[in-house]
Design a binder for this molecule. Structure first.
Ligand code: ADP
Ligand code: MG
Length: 629
């Protein structure tokens, strides 16, 4: 029984319209260890025959047995493994991994046989050594001469220990000296027990063979085998699962071998991820900024009002008592209770005479830390104790000007509803109660005789505590009738922020999503184009034992790696953009560290999503077509 056995094999190319009969009813046996030359005119069917022998292509009719077993009709794991274990391939066009180290080409078949890394290196070195290429393994394949490259291809074909080497015009692209060297290597293989099938135009080459098979117009006329050849020991290793580490290293090396293209693709991912990080990260900074602004101003002010006089709640606290109770609340940093007495006549006095006014001016009596609680700027008389005591009065700056007050050092006197009081301080301005600039504030001891119109507790809280203080303050003032106290507090910043930012957020995320979509589409296009340009390499990988899924996996791994790298670069670019923006706006930059893994993940996702079309294309590469040139 022959090792390879074709019976009645035909191969018809093309559809029903104009079929090409490349092989017609071919019977052919190849024995173990035989050296067979296939000769014939161009277009006669030599390459087609070799493709079918090597299981790179399937016959359209007839049967093919290897070692007595029928060859699986469909591409699949079984056929791929059979091909990888049985055959080594040498092509006229070399088909090396051109931009990678020579070693990678020699190791490629071993990789797909699942041989561990160290063992691959050892066997590649040995195979290279036998063809005199041991010292060239680290050289980029494209830099080698034609003869060297073909010897490298021989090393690749033999490194797996395949029992059959199929060579399609291996000397066709070489000068005669290089060609002779290559033929000598093939003869050596044959002597060592490998079956060699070589397609050739050269009569010299054919003369070296045990047997010459003529093929013309798809028909074979083969003289019988000379004699029984020696038996080869085919010791192809069993196919294993590919190791993840090998896949990643292979993908990384593949990317490096196409540096410019890889950079362009990686940059696209980096830009997209950078945009994503900038928009999301910018949002964190903006949010912090809103918080800070909010807390610094309105978010700290709580005002409680309650009626005075006969309508007053029966258990309402005295002002001094109210200040004491509120001051004790957690989150309160300053309190003043202000009682409003309405407009009274106020005039400036000098030596018992009214020198300016009187004017109708709003008068308040205050207890507590008025300046802090109203966020006011004060100017005190020298030696004043910074409070308003009995016989003293505070005057708003605008009113002070109207009253033509003497300097504070001269202790000017004004008359408020008939009482003469010494001005000890000027209220320059108040952020919280700007109207105070035109009004006067007296101590409770000098309060007018009539009941006040209302009481107000002005509370300044610690940052962020306004909500909490606001909910509890009425009960603290009056546990019996808290509903009698009206509390004004700022809008809940969380709700406010949500309202303000939701629109912006949706717009930003929508915009970024659109950018990501455009990036994926453009990347998908580039990746698919790159796969098209790499058909020969992918076909070679199939010939050497890669399954369709391996090629799809290679494309996805490559693009995924690019995506991850682009994600990292994009992350830093995005952070840099946020930094620049926030510094320019004198904001506090906020880096949400959760963005770091998110960015890398986004890069991977963009990469993998872009790889889908290319991966499908790669999986569909048919080795026989891809390896023709
Ligand atoms: P050889 O290697 O002897 O030059 P081939 O096996 O390459 O011959 O081709 C045999 C015939 O099949 C030729 O006529 C060629 O044009 C045709 N052929 C080869 N491949 C294809 C294909 N993929 N589609 C259609 N025709 C093909
Ligand atoms: Mg050919």
């Amino acid at each position: 029984m022959a090792l390879l056995e074709l019976r009645g094999v035909s191969r018809v190319y093309g559809g029903a319209g104009a079929p090409v009969h490349a092989l017609r009813d071919v019977d052919l046996d190849i024995e173990l260890g035989e050296f067979v030359a296939i000769v014939g005119p161009s277009g006669g069917g030599k390459t087609t025959l070799l493709s079918i022998l090597g299981c790179l292509d399937a016959p359209t009719g007839g049967t093919y047995r290897i070692d007595g077993e029928g060859v699986p009709a469909r591409e699949g794991a079984a056929l791929t493994a059979l091909r990888a274990r049985t055959f080594g391939f040498i092509f006229q066009g070399f088909h090396l991994l051109e931009q990678r180290a020579a070693r990678d080409s020699v190791e490629l078949g071993l990789l797909y046989l699942g041989v561990p890394r160290a063992e691959r290196a050892r066997r590649a070195a040995r195979a290279a050594e036998t063809v005199g290429m041991a010292d060239r393994l680290t050289t980029t394949a494209a830099l080698l001469s034609g003869g060297q490259r073909q010897r490298l291809a021989i090393a690749r074909a033999t490194a797996t220990g395949a029992p059959v080497v199929l060579a399609d015009e291996p000397t066709g692209n070489l000068d005669s000296a290089s060609g002779a060297r290559v033929m000598a290597e093939l003869q050596r293989l044959h002597r060592e027990g490998t079956a060699v099938v070589v397609v050739t135009h050269s009569a010299e080459v054919a003369a070296l063979a045990d047997r010459v098979v003529q093929i013309a117009d798809g028909r074979v006329s083969a003289p019988p085998a000379r004699q029984n050849p020696p038996v080869a020991e085919g010791t192809a290793p069993r196919a294993h699962r590919l190791r993840t580490g090998d896949v990643v290293r292979d993908a990384a090396a593949s990317l490096r071998s196409r540096m410019r293209q890889s950079l362009a693709l990686g940059l696209t991912v980096a830009l997209t991820v950078g945009l994503l990080v900038t928009t999301l990260g910018f949002e964190a900074s903006a949010r912090a900024q809103v918080d800070a602004t909010f807390d610094a101003h309105a978010n700290r002010e709580v005002t409680v009002s309650w009626t005075a006089g006969s309508d007053a709640p029966p258990h309402a606290p005295e002002p001094a008592r109210a200040v004491e109770a509120l001051d004790a609340m957690p989150g309160v940093s300053a309190v003043a209770v202000v009682r409003d007495y309405g407009e009274l006549s106020v005039g400036s006095m000098l030596g018992g005479q009214t020198v300016a006014g009187p004017y109708a001016v709003a008068v308040h009596a205050a207890v507590g830390r008025l300046a802090v609680a109203t966020d006011a700027e004060m100017r005190w008389a020298p030696h004043a104790d910074h409070t308003v005591g009995k016989g003293e009065v505070l005057v708003g700056a605008a009113l002070a000007a109207r009253l033509q007050l003497a300097p504070l050092a001269d202790a000017p006197v004004i008359e408020v509803a008939g009482r003469e009081l010494v001005v000890t301080g000027i209220l320059e301005s108040s952020a919280r109660l700007p109207e105070l600039a035109g009004q006067v504030i007296v101590s409770p001891d000098d309060a007018p005789d009539h009941e006040p119109n209302r009481n107000r507790a002005l509370i300044m809280t610690t940052p962020g505590a306004a909500q909490q203080v606001g909910t509890r303050v009425a009960r603290v003032l009056d546990a019996f009738q808290p509903e009698q106290y009206s509390v004004e507090r700022p809008a809940d910043p969380r709700t406010l922020r949500a309202e303000v930012q939701e629109g912006v957020r949706v717009a930003l995320i929508g915009f970024t999503g659109l950018a990501a979509l455009v990036a994926v589409l453009s990347l998908a296009n580039s990746v698919a184009a790159a796969v098209g340009a790499r058909r020969a390499e992918l076909g070679l990988r199939r010939a050497l034992g890669a399954r369709a899924g391996h090629l799809a996996g290679l494309v996805i791994t490559e693009t995924g790696l690019l995506g991850a790298a682009g994600g990292v670069v994009g992350l830093f670019a995005g952070f840099a953009a946020i930094l620049v923006f926030t510094v320019l706006h004198r904001w506090m930059p906020v880096f949400d560290l959760r963005l770091a893994p998110l960015a890398v993940l986004a890069g991977c996702v963009i990469g993998c999503a872009s790889a889908v079309v290319g991966a499908v294309r790669a999986a569909r590469v048919r080795p026989a077509d891809a390896l023709r040139q």
